[in-house]
Design a protein around this ligand. Structure first.
Ligand SMILES: Cc1ncc(COP(=O)(O)O)c(C=O)c1O
Ligand SMILES: N[C@@H](CCOP(=O)(O)O)C(=O)O
Length: 462
């Protein structure tokens, strides 16, 4: 399968190169040239299969040029072995017609593990085959970083540097990043917010001399492999609720637009998805854009759902690429305008976006009230991100179509907000019960590209 850049000027690549190279060399994001189709029969045949088998069937066409079937099957088995629930992404019912997909049973308690555990396996296999090593740099608002560190810690062929916004992640998230003892793990506390971390990461990719010297690789949802692995739980959830005979809607707590874009890909592959609802917190740029067409950055306001405190939503570029009829030059123009503060989506492109996406947002008060109500009336302890999703989903329920809200993190990752709403401080699972006793190790850094590049070069074998 070939992958093309959303800005139309980078080389067309196969899966392995796309995965290992991260950002396209024209600054764009890779997407598949064509989206493989699953027929109603293919989807029906997923009924009752283990998650790993569903994952194999859904992802295989995207990766077939990189991994043979036996290898890919074992990478998937290894990836999900450490999950704490046999169903991997279990569904629980919240109310008639409203379900929660619990995506937090992986090793770092957030949905990121679904993709990161698999990417870790795929990187290791590809690098072993090539006799190569890479420097992974990731930007995180809290969950991608911990998931990446967990997936790559201790690997010989990889150094992993994670830029997180100093003081803007939960204590559990921070400790998950700063307590691993492996020498190849480097947690960097940046003076700034997540958008700064992501901007410096993209700057590094666009600085070719540095990029090539350190063999830079990315594991944010910049990386197509991340989005791909997240497509699978849309299939497993929808099939469990009656697809392909029945359509299903999804509400997705959204920040960088990677998770909901995976739902869009599932729909393009043939999964009968009715609505894809973008749920934002008070940093509601995506909700405002889908309503008005204006994508205008305002300052990031720290919230109780910090992983979604994002204004420059990386994967929205992938949705715009399709909405603009795959016109890379038009996307490049919008991204230039974004650097100056924002852009307006054309009427035609906005209508295209609205064919697939709708949206809503939740204030801080509404998020807390939803956590409290879900606990009292539904018996479910929600993390604040999932609560944003549930609140917005409730505004989009349709008696004829089941709604699945993605529960993207475990409540124990955000104990302060959960305790504020319910009086209950959710405990960490046994295997990480000593997280608060482990010594921390991190480097403070200024929001400065040159300084960050020097720091990275000083720490890796060149
Ligand atoms: C817990 C949690 N929920 C939701 C999101 C938003 O997901 P996305 O960035 O893919 O839109 C994130 C961050 O990515 C997250 O960490
Ligand atoms: N919320 C994310 C932000 C980065 O998103 P990604 O999906 O592009 O890696 C986080 O937890 O870091």
């Amino acid at each position: 399968m070939n992958y093309v850049s959303t800005r139309g000027k980078a080389p067309v690549l196969g899966f392995e190169e796309t995965m290992l190279s991260g950002l396209a060399r024209d600054g764009g994001l890779y997407v598949p040239e064509t989206v493989p189709q699953m027929s109603a029969g293919d989807i029906r045949a997923l009924h009752g299969l283990p998650y790993e088998e569903v994952a194999f069937r859904v992802m295989r066409p995207f990766v077939a040029d990189a991994f043979d079937d036996d290898t890919f099957g074992s990478l998937i088995e290894n990836a999900y072995r450490g999950f704490g629930h046999v169903a991997r992404a279990p569904l629980v019912q919240l109310a008639p017609g409203h379900f929660l997909a619990e995506l937090f049973h992986g090793p770092t308690l957030a949905f990121k593990d679904f993709a990161m555990q698999l990417i870790g396996q795929m990187f290791e296999e590809a690098l072993k085959r090539r006799g190569d090593r890479v420097t992974i740099v990731g930007a995180t608002s809290g969950d991608t970083g911990s998931a990446a560190i967990e997936a790559f810690r201790g690997l010989d062929a990889v150094d992993v540097f994670i830029l997180y916004p100093h003081g803007r992640v939960s204590e559990v998230q921070r400790r998950q990043m700063t307590t691993p003892v492996e020498e190849n793990v480097h947690a960097i506390a940046l003076d700034g917010h997540f958008d700064d971390c992501q901007a410096r990461l993209k700057d590094m990719f666009n600085h070719f001399e540095f990029r090539d010297e350190v063999r830079l690789a990315g594991v944010n949802s910049i990386n197509w492999g991340r989005v791909l692995a997240q497509v699978v739980y849309y299939f497993s959830s929808a099939v469990a609720l009656g697809a392909p005979e029945r359509s299903v809607s999804f509400t997705v707590p959204t920040g960088n637009f990677g998770d909901i874009f995976a739902g869009y890909i599932a729909k393009r592959m043939g999964l009968p998805i009715d609505k894809l609802v973008v749920a934002t917190n008070q940093n509601d740029i995506l909700d405002r854009c889908l309503r008005s067409g204006a994508y205008e950055t305002a300052g990031v306001a720290p919230s109780i759902s910090p992983s979604m405190d994002i204004q420059v939503s990386s994967n929205f570029e992938r949705a715009l690429f399709d909405a603009y009829g795959r016109d890379g030059a038009a996307v490049a123009q919008l991204m230039d305008e974004l650097k100056a503060g924002g852009f307006h989506v054309s009427q035609g492109a906005l209508e295209k976006l609205r064919e697939d996406f709708t949206s809503g947002c939740a204030s801080e008060e509404e998020t807390l009230a939803t956590i409290a109500r879900a606990h009292q009336t539904m018996g479910e302890l929600l993390c604040p991100h999932s609560a944003v999703g549930v609140k917005v989903a409730e505004e989009h329920l349709d008696p004829a179509v089941p709604m699945v809200t993605l529960a993207t993190a475990h409540p124990a990752k955000f104990p302060d907000a959960v305790e504020r709403a319910t009086g209950i401080r959710p405990p960490l699972p046994e295997r990480m019960a000593d997280l608060f006793e482990r010594p921390e190790r991190m480097t403070r850094a200024e929001n400065d590209l040159g300084a960050l590049e020097t720091l990275i070069k000083d720490r890796i074998p060149l």
